[in-house]
Design a protein around this ligand. Structure first.
Ligand code: ZN
Length: 299
């Protein structure tokens, strides 16, 4: 599922390929991915210029400027699980699951939205609506300050893994980069943020940024669906240390990577490098590590 590095890659791609260009036509092949009335969607996009492309967390917003230079509306794009945004020549073969085509300029090229599982969404919003949506998100994981991160951890008793995934705390992290960050910072996924030392939290904060930065440099992680604006896969996959490596040797200590379920999500970690803390959280259903523990129980 696309996370911050993948969405940032698409965002940069759109800036390169679509910024300053006019959207001259809208074709909706499957209206299920468009939120709101399709007539409104088309009306607010068609005949507008892409004047800015911005991102917060996993939300991508394209600012649309009318011919008189006013920008009152935004095209918001969420990639969901398998969403792809590419710029293609209109004559290029249309791949299955292409749901929306936005013609650019003279119509030789177009932005395509493709999504096999259809969890992604496109919608047009006003500036106020966009601001409200973005305000509900915590600071962007790439932009947040250390003080915000430390502050947010105060008193938190849930598992640090779930805490990192909570978009109201910090936006942009998903399962892959949360697992990779915890591994790099040597923190067990069930540790409680509120009980981690200031120094450990500081380390996690820096690690999150470092992991995201590297992943952005390599255009994100591709397993099956995610591609950049040109349709190329991301190259971070080979750098993954724990995600998707259950049973494989840890690259640091050669111990075996394990997988547990934290709040319904898979968590990959190295039991040797990421020591189980004295206090762990209720929201665990260990698949492979004995009976479930209770909140704050000493283990
Ligand atoms: Zn290890």
């Amino acid at each position: 599922m696309p996370e911050l590095p993948e969405v940032e890659t698409v965002c940069r791609g759109l800036r390169q390929r679509a910024l300053g260009r006019w959207i001259t036509g809208v074709e909706i092949l499957h209206s299920g991915v468009v939120l709101g009335a399709t007539e409104d969607f088309t009306r607010w996009i068609c005949g507008r210029k892409v004047s800015r492309v911005k991102r917060k967390g996993k939300v991508l917003a394209v600012e649309l400027e009318s011919p008189n230079g006013q920008s009152t509306h935004f095209l918001m794009m969420r990639l969901g699980m398998t969403g792809q945004i590419t710029v293609r020549r209109r004559s290029e073969r249309l791949e299955a699951h292409t749901h929306v085509r936005l013609l650019l300029d003279d119509g030789e090229e177009e932005i395509r939205f493709r999504d096999a599982r259809r969890f992604g969404r496109l919608r047009v919003s006003t500036r106020e609506e966009l601001d409200a949506i973005l305000a509900a998100l915590g600071p962007d994981a790439q932009e947040m300050r250390g003080t915000e991160f430390l502050q947010a951890a105060r008193g938190r008793r849930g598992a640090v893994k779930s805490w990192l995934l909570n978009q109201r705390v910090v936006s942009g992290l998903g399962n892959i980069y949360a697992d990779e960050s915890l591994y790099a910072a040597r923190i067990h996924p069930l540790a409680q943020p509120g009980r981690l030392s200031r120094r450990t939290l500081q380390r996690l904060y820096l690690t999150v940024k470092k992991v995201l930065k590297r992943a952005i440099e390599l255009q994100g992680t591709s397993f099956r669906d995610y591609v950049d604006i040109e349709g190329h896969a991301g190259r971070y996959r080979r750098w993954l240390n724990v995600y998707g490596r259950t049973g494989k040797p840890c690259r640091r200590c050669q111990g075996l990577i394990r997988r547990i379920i934290v709040s319904g999500r898979s968590s990959h970690y190295c039991p040797r490098c990421q020591k189980r803390p004295r206090y762990i959280t209720l929201e665990i259903h260990p698949e492979d590590s004995g009976p479930p523990s209770r909140t704050g129980m000493r283990v």
